[in-house]
Design a protein around this ligand. Structure first.
Ligand SMILES: *Cc1c(COP(=O)(O)O)cnc(C)c1O
Length: 346
């Protein structure tokens, strides 16, 4: 049984009643033939919403990033990304394993950025010893960096640097709408400088399945080929896309509630014994903190919280993570804070 107050991830969201109705009523066709009207409608909506020419519905964020990298890069090409990037840490090295794409990491700063000078230094010159630098990847919001937001200005500066050297820019925007809501900017302004972006429908937007890649039509054409070879040709996928349309039209503004709840949680636990948490770093729906407690290891805290029906994740070393999402209300956060207090002050 999952814990009642489940803060392990925002992937745990259940579809809304409106999503279930839309799924039941969706008009569908064979999407590999391009004939699923609901998938086509989602792709058109997503492209318009992100200000890009075209879009592609994919099975997951992992598949979206991999199909994007395969569409941008060939074998032996190099992609520059942060050493804390989800694509580097948590996607099985798929671009190297399946695409022969060489990853070049530069350090992620605590605010999720890569320093421009580090990116510039990582771009290869034309030399037969070197792979060919082809792509830079950013992540917004940055999962491993406490859900930090990258700004439109920073993104534009990275795009400018990449483009001056003939590289493309891809954004892993699994939570790009969290960034747009937290910064109070149009999501188009966040992705306008980038050549491509993926975002997840299945996290805070609460759809059961799926992500979307957006970019120029010729790039999306290549990503569509990549999706097929990765096993992502999904036939009557309008059943799933129908929920995605509800996610995009009805579930974006409410992300502000998740951010308020994350802040409430962070403020409620920051001063408890053993917790090390920098409140300035809590910008969206992810709270990452360290535990340095005389009696409790991170695993023991996870276990004790679980007994009180609260789920969080240990993410390595002393670090733990809690994520707020659709279905988590203010009362749940208050209960969770009380559980932390009871355990840590006992
Ligand atoms: C969740 C996530 C992904 C992958 O999405 P899945 O749908 O779980 O494959 C990619 N990037 C980031 C930053 C994520 O948080």
């Amino acid at each position: 049984m999952p814990p009642r107050i489940d803060l392990r991830s925002d992937t745990l969201t259940q579809p809304t009643p409106a999503m279930r109705r839309a799924m039941a009523e969706a008009v569908v066709g064979d999407d590999v033939f391009g004939e699923d009207p609901t998938v086509n409608a989602l792709e058109a909506l997503a492209a318009a919403r992100l200000g890009k020419e075209a879009a592609l519905f994919v099975t997951s964020g992992t598949q979206g990033n991999l199909a994007s990298l395969l569409a941008h890069c060939g074998r032996g090409d190099e992609v520059i990304m942060g050493d804390q990037a989800h694509t580097f840490l948590y996607e099985q090295g798929g671009s190297a394993a399946l695409g022969g794409i060489h990853p070049r990491t530069v350090p992620n700063q605590p605010d999720g950025t890569l320093r421009l000078e580090d990116i510039a230094a990582a771009i290869r010159s034309d030399n037969p010893h070197f792979p060919v630098s082809r792509l830079v990847c950013l992540e917004n919001t940055h999962n491993r960096c406490s859900g930090a937001c990258l700004t439109p200005d920073y993104t534009a500066a990275v795009a400018d640097l990449a483009h001056r050297h003939g590289l493309k820019l891809h954004i892993d925007g699994a939570r790009i709408f969290n960034a747009a809501v937290a910064l109070g900017v149009d999501v188009r302004d966040l992705v306008e400088p980038a050549d491509s972006v993926t975002f997840c429908l299945s996290k805070g937007l609460a759809a059961p399945v799926g992500s979307v890649i957006c970019g120029p039509a010729d790039f999306i054409q290549r990503a569509r080929r990549a999706r097929k070879v990765l096993g992502g040709g999904m036939r009557q996928a309008g059943i799933l896309a129908a929920a995605g349309i509800v996610a995009l039209t009805e579930m974006v503004e409410r992300l502000a509630d998740d951010h308020a709840h994350a802040r409430l949680l962070a403020e409620g636990i920051a001063d408890l014994p053993g917790i090390r948490l920098d409140l300035a770093r809590v910008q969206t729906n992810i709270v990452i903190f360290a535990l340095d407690h005389p009696r409790l290891t991170p695993a023991a805290l996870v276990e004790a919280l679980r007994h009180r029906e609260v789920g969080i994740l240990a993410i390595g070393g002393q670090q733990l993570r809690a994520v707020t999402h659709y279905g988590i209300e203010r009362e749940h956060i208050e209960e969770a804070i009380a559980a932390f207090r009871a355990i840590l002050t006992a």
